[in-house]
Design a protein around this ligand. Structure first.
Ligand code: ZN
Ligand code: ZN
Length: 333
């Protein structure tokens, strides 16, 4: 098969991915092999390719928002058939027995494995996945539309849950990339008033078009205190700005797997039972709940399509903030 292989992290502009031939993956016990139709590019892929996230295995095939069809079924898998449409996200597996897994918090499993970081991912024609972590997609989404929902969408949804925002509440979104674009659609569906802070004039226009009540810069105070906020920008200063904008009792949920650092801030910014929480990964239950909700709303996102050979271009465009919705690789193209 053909795949995009990362041998050594390097700046996106220098083209860290190499298009190469790789052995076809085999479906081990409990696994499926999917023929990848579409794989969206996530900021986390960029952070792995550039080395902001330390590699867990090299060489590795990145990509963790893949939609495809089942082409091979390993021993012990009963509930999948050849040709079934299937999808895989960031959570590639969890142990199933630790305290976190037993408590329904597999997103916090210390033995969890991640697609495109621990195991080869979807920037390839074929990918082997754990059958029990493979997702079914509701009808109504094409492969292209579904791919960007699998990480940005699901984790955005978990961020909404972690932020504690209630229907009709006042929600702040700090940064307005692929994940926020999807989260605002859920929040608007819940009747929330949404305030979007971003440096980018283009992103402000996009936010207003999706029903934001207000847009501004990171340090502009929103016109009313927020019940909750989610930060998407991977900068600690933005976390502090969000904390200053939430009302007493409000929560700031940090949707970032990598953050530079959080600068020192006065305790009075946290005082009044404000909370600061990180959002780590997601559970399969989050994924199923979000995909059903997204099909009902329906959540839509703009996609730009690239062939596998243009993987480095897609990464560079994401790094430069040039991707309007989500970049999606089509390994069959
Ligand atoms: Zn576990
Ligand atoms: Zn991701």
């Amino acid at each position: 098969m053909r795949a995009l292989v990362l041998e050594r992290p390097a700046p996106a502009a220098t083209g860290p991915l190499r298009l190469a031939g790789a052995p076809d993956p085999v479906a081990g016990p409990g696994e499926l092999v999917l023929r990848v139709a579409a794989c969206a590019v996530c900021r986390t892929d960029l952070q792995i390719c550039e080395g902001d996230l330390a590699p867990r295995r090299l060489p590795i095939i990145p990509g963790h928002q893949a939609v495809g069809r089942v082409v091979a079924i390993g021993r012990g898998v009963a509930d999948w058939r050849p040709g079934d449409r299937a999808a895989i996200g960031w959570l590639g597996g969890a142990c199933g027995t630790c305290r976190a897994c037993s408590a329904g918090r597999e997103n916090l499993c210390r033995a969890a494995t991640f697609t495109g970081w621990d195991r080869d991912g979807g920037f390839a024609e074929l990918v082997a996945v754990r059958a029990d972590f493979t997702l079914r997609l509701p009808d109504g989404f094409g492969d292209l539309d579904a791919a960007p929902l699998l990480c940005g969408g699901v984790i955005g949804y978990r961020s909404l849950l972690v932020s504690g925002i209630r229907p009709g509440g006042r929600l702040g979104l700090y940064g307005f990339g692929a994940s926020a674009l999807l989260a605002i659609q859920v929040a608007r569906y819940w009747g929330c008033e949404v305030f979007v802070a971003t440096r980018s004039p283009r992103e402000r226009d996009r936010a207003l078009a999706l029903g934001a009540a207000w847009t501004g810069g990171y340090d502009d105070p929103p016109p009313a205190p927020l019940d909750a906020a989610i930060t998407f920008a991977p900068a600690g200063t933005v976390v502090i700005a969000a904390l200053r904008a939430v009302d007493r009792g409000g929560t700031v949920a940090i949707n970032a797997i990598h953050l530079d650092r959080i600068p020192e801030f006065p305790y009075e910014d946290l005082w009044g039972e404000r909370s600061l929480r990180s959002v780590a990964n997601y559970t399969r239950e989050d994924a199923r709940a979000f995909l059903d909700l997204a099909a009902r709303i329906p959540v839509r996102t703009e996609v730009e399509v690239h062939s596998l050979a243009d993987g480095n271009l897609a990464l560079a465009r994401l790094a430069a903030g040039e991707v309007a919705g989500a970049a999606v690789l089509l390994p069959g193209a």
